[in-house]
Design a protein around this ligand. Structure first.
Ligand code: BGC
Length: 514
């Protein structure tokens, strides 16, 4: 491969072992951590459009919507900052929490972080469901955010460490799969509770306790990863665990690589300072840019505001909620596609194909909206054109769901050496949460001011990120996670940042294998 690849995927070193039912079950349980993330993404948009909720907590917003003349531009009719702040504030809390999670995950293990995440989220869900004033609502939101910060920091790392290299992509994407199931479940719940005469919002918010319970109870029974056990000096336990998850007593090679990686890791007292060293530049740059780009695909415009967007396109209330359910379903199924192909075709093929497909749809939707609403924002979609827009949005969601959705969590979790893994993952979570916040907060204003140009704006970013992947993101499939430096070393651009001794470990063990 001329650019980006550098090392052929097949070069991944093979350890002994097989895929055991034990590791599959552990990964499935851990992946439920994605449920709480997804449920929250999907639930807030619907709740904030329920009249009773608005009357109770945001009466001014309610009055404004009721008294709207109906003559304003289609582009601007939903602009409101207070309300978007309710949705997006959670992501700020998650951002801050992910830094605390980093220390917890490193010192006490991935499992503890998952348990903390689940429990705090549970308390948040109870507070929200029982809310009698705005304070309870906001404190609840903050606790939900803390839970998500902890879960998203620890679950992807847990999955990447437990999984055997050749199945790492598929097992890690279990997290994204759970996220999409959470979003879809929330869409359905909202569809149901919107029909309730009273307290529909309360039921929607309180039901978040369910995924939190599943995750918390699951985490209590999970074993910790061998990597983390070694990192915390429990070598014997780590070896036993490795034998158990790989289904063979013969884990010598993998175990000794883990021990070597941990020895390097032990020398690092300040992971945050260390990650700034030049030899970690490829990881640092990629871990900052991937979550940024993931959010600049514009996906959360659909996830948060699908009903609003479809209403803007002229769909009736019910049809709008239903359309959100349809995109939710597409999201789940397309994620499954990526589980099947990610370890076979690799990450790069998915990134590149997904990028091109998203770009084509964004241009299509932009042109369609421009031709109907123009710059003035007055007009209405015919049924046929409305359905065409819905179809394009579904094709866009599918592309995201097999590329940037799962890979945005997979790639950052598999590229860091042990000594900076927790810190790197916190950067990933916090950048992701920050831009989720920004998009959540600004989308309705951007739609109001940029009009159909908004779709071209996100399209421009998708073009840029696709080019970035082509040149700067190497293939990581099948490469053992503690051997990843070989990938960077072989890369046309990043190679110069990796000192020779950083790949010495792998030379030593390959010699030993031969
Ligand atoms: C992203 C979320 C997004 C979700 C959609 C995740 O990977 O981080 O922001 O809402 O995918 O499925």
């Amino acid at each position: 491969m001329a650019v980006g690849g550098g090392i052929s995927a097949g070069n991944g070193k093979q350890y002994e072992g097989r895929v055991t039912p034990f590791v599959i079950v552990a990964c499935l349980v851990a992946a439920t951590g994605g449920l709480i993330f997804g449920y929250d993404i999907g639930i807030s948009g619907g709740v904030t459009s329920m009249d009773e909720f608005l009357q109770k907590f945001f009466p001014a917003v309610y009055e404004k919507q009721k008294n709207a003349t109906g003559h304003e531009s289609q582009y601007c009719k939903f602009e409101n900052h207070m309300l978007t702040l309710f949705t997006s504030s959670l992501y700020l809390a998650a951002l801050v929490a992910s830094f605390f999670a980093s220390a917890t995950t490193r010192k006490f293990g991935r499992k503890i972080s998952m348990t903390i995440g689940g429990m705090v989220f549970l308390v948040g869900a109870v507070l929200n469901g029982a809310a009698i004033n705005v304070a309870m609502l906001i404190i609840g939101r903050i606790l939900l955010g803390v839970g998500i910060g902890y879960a998203n920091q620890s679950v992807p790392v847990y999955l990447s460490e437990m999984a055997p290299p050749k199945l790492r992509g598929a097992l890690n994407i279990g997290f994204q799969m759970a996220t999409t199931i959470g979003i879809f479940a929330a869409n359905l719940v909202n569809y149901g509770t919107a029909q309730m005469k009273a307290n529909g919002w309360r039921v929607s918010l309180a039901l978040a306790a369910l995924p939190a319970l599943i995750m918390t109870i699951g985490a209590l029974f999970l074993p910790d990863t061998p990597n983390s056990l070694i990192e915390r000096g429990k070598k014997d336990q780590a070896k036993e665990m490795l034998q158990k998850i790989r289904g063979t007593p013969n884990v010598h090679d993998e175990f000794s690589d883990l021990v070597d990686a941990s020895a390097v890791s032990q020398q690092v007292r300040h992971p945050w300072r260390t990650i700034l060293e030049p030899k970690y530049r490829p990881q640092l740059v990629i871990t900052c840019l991937i979550p940024l780009f993931q959010q600049l695909t514009g996906i959360n415009v659909i996830m948060f505001y699908a009903p609003v967007l479809f209403k803007t396109l002229g769909f009736a209330d019910d049809a709008s909620l239903m359309s959100a359910v349809v995109t939710g379903l597409v999201n789940v199924f397309a994620t499954a596609v990526s589980i099947v192909v990610v370890d076979r075709f690799g990450r790069r093929v998915l990134f590149l194909e997904g990028g091109i497909q998203m770009l084509a749809c964004q241009i299509g939707v932009g042109v369609l909206i421009a031709s109907v609403f123009g710059v003035s924002g007055n007009g209405a979609f015919s049924k046929g054109l409305g359905n065409l827009a819905l179809a394009l949005i579904c094709i866009y969601v599918a592309a995201f769901a097999w590329s940037w959705g799962p890979l945005g969590w997979l790639v950052p979790s598999e590229i860091h050496p042990m000594e900076i893994r927790s810190a790197g993952q916190s950067i990933n979570v916090s950048v992701n949460m920050f831009f989720t916040f920004v998009i959540g907060q600004l989308f309705l204003s951007m739609l109001c001011h940029m009009k159909f140009g908004l779709f071209f704006f996100f399209g421009g970013w998708v073009l840029l990120m696709t080019m970035f992947v082509y040149f700067f993101v190497p293939e990581t499939k099948n490469m053992p996670i503690e051997e990843m430096n070989r990938v960077w070393k072989a890369h046309w651009f990043w190679g110069k940042y990796i000192p020779d001794d950083a790949v010495g470990l792998s030379h030593k063990s390959s010699d030993h294998d031969a």
